[in-house]
Design a binder for this molecule. Structure first.
Ligand SMILES: Nc1ncnc2c1ncn2[C@@H]1O[C@H](COP(=O)(O)OP(=O)(O)OP(=O)(O)O)[C@@H](O)[C@H]1O
Ligand SMILES: [Mg+2]
Length: 512
């Protein structure tokens, strides 16, 4: 092809000197970035590097302190999502914006002008909803109340809303965090189709493999600055990491396990765990020092199982034996806490954190006694103890006094882990431990979980990142349709992702 650079470079956006200051925090520092139209641009960087803030500026959500942006050669009007929409921008945010009480169809067509003017009949919307579902390869009932769907399904609805909005510039802020491999595939297929139709996309992800897979250009942010940008061909995983953190890092490897003493009694035994419509008659044991992984596809009942055990699902029932003694099935979180069971939920915004409180207060909240003396809460102890716990999960001490609302998504996740850890549980249930966590902190979190287990804690991990489940777990239960369909032991050698998927899909494995 011999096109002149002018012909080739139709720009979707051109940002000059974009700076955003929050009090003393420089979230974006003179960012200059051009994005060619009709391509997928990946944006990567550590937690707090400024990725979401930059997308927020593009989407008209955040008003920059300084700088200008042209969108398809027209000046951007900052701070007006409506204006941004008019310029052809659609956004899928990091924190979901699903309306829980509306059904699936209504959520996908939410806020879209032709639906509002009544030009799109209920029947047409349903038909189109089914089409979009088929395109993504997902199966969501049109009438399902959005709030009752799994986080992954909610994320899919959000993506579907963005993808069918007809936007010319689509912004995806960590769209894949809750998705299992098949749903990711569905998303990537649709992204490729959209690109072929000329749509420009900006895609934020901490999963560097998928970034290298799908992106045409890759831009790295570091501490609010643009560290590097270039076409996909110029990058390797190692060079991205170097640009992100300024040095090479060693990735977490499976470490030799301190084996749970053979014959030692299980910490907990759960039998016949049932949550109507979500999980059915699940039984398992967990020993001290053991990490049990739960593998499966979205909607397989993984999160429901964890939530039931954590006492979050009041309709669940089952049998629970703690230290060899039968106890009442927990139907309130504090019942579970009483048995030493702590829970890190998947949805940190609604289930886990008080956004208007500082990071340190959130961490110590579950165990105030630890930071009090003679019944008086000591600020010094709060700072000291929360800082040391937060560090275990890669949370920087500088941010310990920041209000959680003002932390980036990944940093909120670290606070959530610290909070569960602070009450010194005997059993830790973690749903998506590294959701939104950057590659450096991910390793720290994995090894912290490992050392907690080595010190005698029993841990159950649910993650849609099956590689992660394999890396961290001693044993893996595979769930499908609310039931346990397989148990894979890793003592004889590592399980493969395909083993989990095969069990989940019910593919017969030939006994050898
Ligand atoms: N409303 C706000 N008030 C104060 N500080 C903020 C606010 N929003 C973001 N920040 C700060 O701006 C910086 C950049 O945050 P941003 O959310 O853009 O990071 P990110 O790259 O998206 O990180 P992550 O990977 O964790 O999502 C962080 O230091 C964050 O704490
Ligand atoms: Mg972010």
């Amino acid at each position: 092809m011999t096109v002149t650079p002018e012909q080739a470079r139709k720009l979707a956006f051109s940002a000059t000197n974009i700076t955003k200051r929050y009090g003393g925090t420089l979230a974006l520092d003179h960012i200059r970035l051009d994005a060619e139209a009709g391509m997928i641009h990946a944006l990567v960087g550590e937690n707090g590097a400024g990725k979401s803030t930059f997308l927020g500026v593009l989407a008209g959500r955040v008003v920059p302190t300084e700088g200008e942006i042209e969108i398809f050669s027209k000046p951007h009007v900052f701070g007006s999502p409506r204006e941004a929409h008019r310029l052809g921008i659609g956004a899928i945010y990091q924190e979901l914006t699903i309306v829980p009480r509306l059904n699936a169809v209504a959520n996908v067509f939410l806020g879209q002008p032709h639906a509002k003017r009544g030009l799109l009949s209920e029947k047409r919307m349903r038909a189109e909803f089914r089409e979009v579902c088929a395109r993504f390869g997902v199966d969501i009932a049109p009438d399902a109340v959005a709030g009752t769907l799994s986080t992954a399904d909610q994320q899919m609805l959000e993506i579907m809303r963005g993808a069918r909005s007809g936007a010319e510039l689509l912004l995806f802020d960590e769209p894949t965090t809750s998705l299992a491999p098949p749903e990711r595939e569905g998303l990537f297929q649709v992204m490729n189709q959209l690109r072929d139709q000329g749509t420009t996309m900006v895609f934020v992800s901490h999963n560097l493999e998928e970034v290298l897979d799908i992106a045409d250009t890759i831009t790295v942010f570091r501490d609010g600055q643009l560290a590097a940008t270039g076409p996909r061909a110029d990058w390797t995983k190692a060079s991205i990491v170097r640009a992100m953190v300024g040095q090479d890092i060693v990735e977490y490897r499976r470490v030799e396990r301190a084996k749970a003493a053979p014959g030692s009694p299980p910490l907990i035994v759960a039998r016949g765990v049932t949550l109507p419509g979500a999980c059915e008659d699940v039984s398992f044991e967990l020993k001290a020092g053991e990490i049990l992984g739960i593998g499966g596809l979205v909607g397989s009942g993984r999160s429901s199982l964890l939530r039931s055990l954590a006492g979050v699902e009041s309709m669940s029932h089952g049998e629970l034996i703690v230290d060899g003694r039968g106890v009442e099935w927990p139907t309130r979180p504090r019942h579970a806490m009483r048995h030493g069971i702590a829970f890190v939920p998947e949805d940190r915004k609604h289930q886990g954190l008080v956004l208007g409180m500082r990071a340190m207060d959130n961490i110590v909240m579950s165990n105030i006694g630890e930071v009090s003396r003679y019944g008086v809460i000591s600020e010094r102890k709060i700072v000291e103890k929360s800082t040391s716990i937060a560090r275990e999960f890669g949370f920087s001490a500088d941010r310990i006094g920041t209000m959680v609302r003002h932390l980036s998504g990944g940093n909120q996740q670290k606070v959530l882990l610290g909070k569960a850890r602070f009450c010194a549980p005997r059993v830790l249930l973690v749903d998506e431990p590294t959701r939104g966590i950057d590659i450096g902190a991910k390793d720290e979190i994995m090894s912290t979980l490992r050392s907690l287990a080595d010190a005698g804690m029993g841990i159950i991990v649910v993650s849609s990142d099956l590689e992660e489940v394999i890396q961290i777990s001693d044993r893996i239960l595979v769930m499908a349709h609310g039931r346990v369909v397989d148990e894979l032991d890793q003592s004889g050698g590592p399980v493969q992702v395909t083993d989990i998927l095969n069990s989940a899909f019910g593919v017969e494995r030939h006994a050898s």
